[in-house]
Structures are given as structure tokens and as C-alpha cells.
Design a protein around this ligand. Structure first.
Ligand SMILES: Cc1cc2nc3c(=O)[nH]c(=O)nc-3n(C[C@H](O)[C@H](O)[C@H](O)COP(=O)(O)O)c2cc1C
Length: 346
């Protein structure tokens, strides 16, 4: 691992220790430091992804709802900006997931992250046949064990502090449940709520191969997020990043952590209104659930790209309170490394 750019002039045993703790994760990813920038729809595109990889970390393209043609173009554009490895995050329920895997194979993408639920039949095999490594999100120990058995190369455990779609369990609890059981078997990357290098060092000491951060990188100079989106992050405190709440048991809401705004308030009112219509028999269950499901359609794009931070979805993790300035990716990574080194020295 090339730690020269982070290594201070003096010999530092704690940086050597950090390098040692990150070795497995960095080797697995093929980068310098075991810091992944988690895919963020609309944010993790060519500019941010290449900047992360060029700075020694590991960038991941968020495919989201892209068509195979769009993904093809995005990978090619990213490759034009970096010669270093980066990954692609695919959503498991994408109707063209197998075509998307073929696009990644064409470009010899080395790492594919499968997000959003159980991988569809044949997807893990197709990725491995193409010679790529597959990473899956494990929201519980039982599933983590199942993934390990089914040939998944690495796991990401993401706690409820994270921005975007979340599970119910915190990162600290998932890490304690999963790292001691499986940390020796396969590389595990810990995500959710990491804002400073000290916590990164703690998870590495607990047996993580590396970490994944999202919120921390949104305000990087190289991120194309709209200035309003970045401003909202810079102003927010941890308590502003709240998980969406389900009001009625008949109307399922997939929890998403985002900054509270007029859109989130309206969503609560919407659920009450739809539940009322259901009670009065004005709409059937299918129509009611569809109204809830589609409420946020296109809302992340509206916030990230158009800058509508009042009604759009400003997905952010609780670590948003530690994002104070817009700075280059390389500075963010250098700061995380410095903080981790200091923590280990203590
Ligand atoms: C704005 C935003 C969009 C995100 N979109 C995705 C996504 O499309 N796919 C995915 O797997 N995770 C997504 N995430 C989660 C990140 O990849 C990452 O795991 C998470 O941000 C890590 O936690 P942190 O926010 O506490 O650093 C998103 C997060 C944010 C903040």
C-alpha cells in the first residue's frame, strides 16, 4: 500500500499500524486506502467517482435507474478520468440487472456492489463469471452468513445512521454482531455514521477490512450536487437527518434517512390523507399503496440536480453534522487518515 502521501515526515508507528489494518481491504479493492465512497444516486457519477479513486480511495458509480446504455456511457466517461479501479453499484430490483452486469463485464469493472435486497437468481454467478468481485449489503448476521456461503466476495454492513435507504439496526450493533463472526472469513466494510477517522480506526481494530462513507463526500469540490444541496448539508445538524416514519400499518414505507424539510412534513400529511381515503372506501388498497410508493419518485434527482431542497429528498446520514466545509476529496481522505492515525497513537 502506498501511504506516502499520508505518511508524515517523521516515522509514525500509528500510520504503520493503520496501513496494516487497511491492508486486506485495500488489496481487495486494488486501491491505496480501504475507504470506499458509497454509491449515491445522482451524486456518485464520473466526477466524484474518479476523484475518489484518484485520491487513493475507492469510488463506486451509482447505477440507480440508469439504462444499460447510460451505464455504458458513465463507465466509459469515468475511465476517461481515472486509470485506477472503481466499482459499480447495481440495484437488485432493476428490471435489466443482467444486461447491466453485461455492460460492467464489457468494461472489465472489477467490483460490483449489489444493493437493495436479495440478489436475483444467477446474478452473483454472472458477475463472478465475468471475473469481477461481488459485494453485498448484509443487514443481519443470518443474511451475512448466507452471503458468505453463496460465494459473495465481501460484505458491507450499513447501520441506520446512514443516509439513504436504511435498515433498523445501528452500525455499532451490526459491527459487534457480524465482525467477530465473519471478519476472518471475508472482507467486511463498515458503513453508516462515520464522520471522522477515529471511528474508522475503531471499526478496523474490531476486524473490519475497510469502511464506506457517503454523507462525508457529498460536499466534496468534485461532487456535482447542486449548491443548494451542499448548503443544506453544511447547515444541518445530526438531528436534522431523520428516518421516514410509517403512519399506518397498511401503507408500508421503506425507511429513508434524509434532512427534514417541507417534503418530509408533506409526506406525513399525505399518509394520513391516504389512510383516511382508505377508511372511507374512496380508494382500494392497491391504489393507496401506489400513492405512497410514488410520492418520492424523482425526489432525489430534484434535490441533488435541480436544487429543490424544500420538497426534494435530501438524503443524508447523521454524520451530516460533521460536514462543515466544501473541500477537495483528497483533503477529506487525508483528514480521515490523519484522524485515524491520531486515534491509534492515543
Ligand atoms: C444522497 C445519498 C444517496 C444514496 N444513494 C444510494 C444508492 O443509490 N445506492 C446505495 O446502495 N446506497 C446509497 N446511499 C448510501 C451510501 O452508499 C452509503 O452507504 C451511506 O451514505 C454510508 O453512510 P453515511 O451516509 O453515514 O456515510 C446513498 C446515500 C446518500 C447520502
Amino acid at each position: 500500500m502506498l501511504l506516502n502521501r499520508w505518511q508524515s515526515k517523521r516515522y509514525s508507528p500509528s500510520m504503520t499500524k493503520l496501513a496494516h489494518l487497511m491492508k486486506r481491504g485495500a488489496e481487495f479493492l486494488g486501491c491505496e486506502v480501504a475507504i470506499m465512497c458509497g454509491a449515491m444516486s445522482w451524486v456518485s457519477e464520473r466526477n466524484l467517482v474518479s476523484a475518489i479513486s484518484n485520491a487513493g480511495g475507492f469510488g463506486v458509480i451509482a447505477c440507480g435507474a440508469m439504462t444499460p446504455e447510460l451505464l455504458d456511457a458513465e463507465i466509459a466517461a469515468t475511465k476517461a478520468l481515472t486509470t485506477r479501479p472503481f466499482g459499480v453499484n447495481l440495484i437488485t430490483m432493476h428490471p435489466q440487472i443482467m444486461e447491466l452486469i453485461t455492460v460492467c463485464a464489457k468494461h472489465k469493472v472489477g467490483h460490483i456492489v449489489l444493493a437493495g435486497g436479495l440478489p436475483p437468481k444467477g446474478s452473483i454467478e454472472a458477475i463472478k463469471e465475468a471475473g469481477a468481485k461481488v459485494l453485498c449489503f448484509a443487514p443481519a448476521l443470518t443474511l451475512a452468513k448466507k452471503f458468505a456461503r453463496s460465494g459473495v466476495d465481501a460484505l458491507i454492513i450499513e447501520g441506520s445512521e446512514a443516509g439513504g435507504h436504511i435498515g433498523p439496526v445501528s452500525t455499532s450493533v451490526l459491527a459487534q454482531e457480524i465482525l467477530p463472526e465473519l471478519g476472518d472469513q471475508l472482507p467486511i466494510f463498515v458503513a453508516g455514521g462515520i464522520g471522522r477517522g477515529g471511528l474508522m480506526a475503531s471499526y478496523l481494530e474490531m476486524g473490519a477490512a475497510g469502511v464506506q462513507l457517503g454523507t462525508r463526500f457529498v460536499c466534496a469540490h468534485e461532487s456535482i450536487a447542486h449548491p443548494n444541496f451542499k448548503q443544506a448539508f453544511l447547515r444541518a445538524n445530526a438531528r436534522d437527518a431523520v428516518a421516514s416514519v410509517q403512519i399506518d400499518p397498511r401503507l408500508p414505507v421503506i425507511p429513508v434517512r434524509a434532512l427534514k424539510n417541507k417534503g418530509t412534513e408533506e409526506f406525513t400529511r399525505k399518509q394520513i390523507e391516504v389512510a383516511g381515503k382508505l377508511d372511507r372506501g374512496e380508494i382500494d388498497m392497491e391504489a393507496a399503496q401506489l400513492e405512497i410508493e410514488t410520492y418520492w419518485a424523482g425526489a432525489l434527482r430534484r434535490a441533488v440536480i435541480d436544487g429543490d431542497v424544500e420538497y426534494g429528498s435530501v438524503m443524508a446520514g447523521q454524520s451530516v453534522g460533521m460536514v462543515h466545509v466544501e473541500r477537495p476529496v483528497a483533503d477529506i481522505i487525508a483528514k480521515l487518515m490523519r484522524e485515524a492515525e491520531e486515534a491509534l497513537a492515543r
